[in-house]
Design a protein around this ligand. Structure first.
Ligand SMILES: NC(=O)c1ccc[n+]([C@@H]2O[C@H](COP(=O)([O-])OP(=O)(O)OC[C@H]3O[C@@H](n4cnc5c(N)ncnc54)[C@H](OP(=O)(O)O)[C@@H]3O)[C@@H](O)[C@H]2O)c1
Length: 347
């Protein structure tokens, strides 16, 4: 049994807890809460052990809220921690707990890969470098957009290699997640230095990639418009659809009009947390013209990285062959079934 602690219980931590608590190979030691808010009740109702920082002990005791111990206790009991903390706190957690207690840890895409606050030397993308993270102690799971880009670029590289001259990605990002309480501002904002470009180059160093990112007032997923320039004529759309139709975690949708159609369908179909856990290529707006192929796909921001974290865990801790790890993830997240259903719904 893998003893796992999930440090953080926000959008990502909650989803990780749902999935990992259903895995009979994992003993979920518990989750961490840093604020005594309504999510504490939710975690308790779900039967998770709640671990808290030392400075919250008297607050929890005063309010007669049960907790299982401190963050330090939870890390001590675990084989590995998935750090799902608020962006930028991973480094502090690593130096305070994981390193002194000699525990492996997975960090999320909001953490630093380079410089003084770097938490790991590698960013994982299960489609590209699953084998390279086998047995490692500290790894960053690429963010949702970075995971999505790798999932689209790697099959293209395998089919067309040096014929690809460059990739230009326009990334349109949601302002907030569905569960976030923060205000969605009426503005379109640009990102002066999108991290996605360097992050993707971390696992596909040869990619001639340019990324521009804009944040728009929506809670419903991300859209990527990826323009791929070829040496000579670009492949036909039919060829591209053929390449992606059997890709794990990539669906091809014909009749969605926007990201909300996909998210609302996922909720209506009862997908856990409303997640599809995949990218969706929008066939109707994908085009090939002269030397440019334009692929438009939506990326399930909250759901994408949850199976990715699970695959990373299997690689770091069990060194399991990738195909076996994918089978296990498919059993837990029903990704192949969800893909089939979505493709039928948006035929
Ligand atoms: N949201 C997405 O779609 C998405 C997608 C891919 C990757 N990510 C990345 O995943 C990470 C988490 O994002 P999120 O959206 O889940 O954030 P979030 O909803 O804001 O949740 C952050 C969590 O961190 C907890 N926390 C506070 N201090 C902490 C500490 N020192 N150590 C550990 N946890 C601490 C908070 O506790 P309380 O609940 O008690 O306040 C909260 O549960 C970020 O790096 C983000 O970039 C997010």
């Amino acid at each position: 049994m893998i003893k796992l602690f999930i440090n953080g219980y926000g959008n990502i931590g909650r989803r990780l807890a749902t999935a990992c608590s259903q895995d009979d190979e994992i003993e979920l030691i518990g989750i961490a809460k840093y604020n005594n808010d309504e999510k504490v009740k939710e975690a308790a109702q779900k039967g998770y052990n709640i671990f808290i920082p030392e400075n919250l002990i008297s607050n929890f005791q005063k309010n007669k809220i049960n907790f299982a111990g401190t963050i330090n206790d939870a890390v001590t009991q675990s084989d590995i921690v998935i750090d799902a903390s608020k962006e930028g706190l991973g480094f502090k957690n690593k130096t305070e707990f994981y390193l002194p207690l000699q525990k492996k840890a997975i960090f999320q895409g909001g953490e630093e890969r380079h410089g003084e606050y770097s938490v790991a030397n590698i960013i994982h993308n299960s489609r590209v470098n699953y084998d390279k993270v086998k047995g490692l102690d500290y790894v960053i799971q690429g963010s949702c957009n970075v995971s999505g880009m790798g999932r689209i670029m790697q099959p293209l590289i395998e089919s067309f290699g040096n014929q690809i001259k460059r990739y230009d990605v326009i990334l349109i990002r949601r302002w907030a997640d569905l569960e976030d309480t923060k205000e969605v501002k009426d503005s379109i904002e640009w990102d002066k230095q999108p991290h996605h470009q360097d992050d993707v180059k971390d696992f596909i160093p040869t990619a001639n990639l340019f990324v521009d990112a804009y944040k728009v007032p929506s809670r419903m997923m991300h859209i990527h418009q990826m323009s791929i320039r070829f040496e000579g004529k670009a492949p036909t759309k039919d060829k591209i659809i053929e390449i992606f139709q059997n890709e794990f975690g990539v669906s091809i949708l014909n009749s969605a009009n926007g990201t909300a159609d996909v998210r609302k369908k996922a909720l209506e179909l009862g997908f856990v947390h409303g997640d599809t856990n995949m990218v969706h290529i929008h066939n109707e707006v994908t085009r090939s013209q002269d030397d440019v192929l334009k692929i438009i796909y939506s990326d399930d921001q909250t759901g994408m990285v949850i199976p990715e974290n699970h695959l990373l865990l299997q690689s770091m801790l069990l060194s399991r062959p990738r195909n076996d790890a994918l089978k296990r993830v498919d059993k837990i997240f029903n990704i192949s079934k969800k893909k089939k259903v979505l493709e039928e719904e948006f035929d």
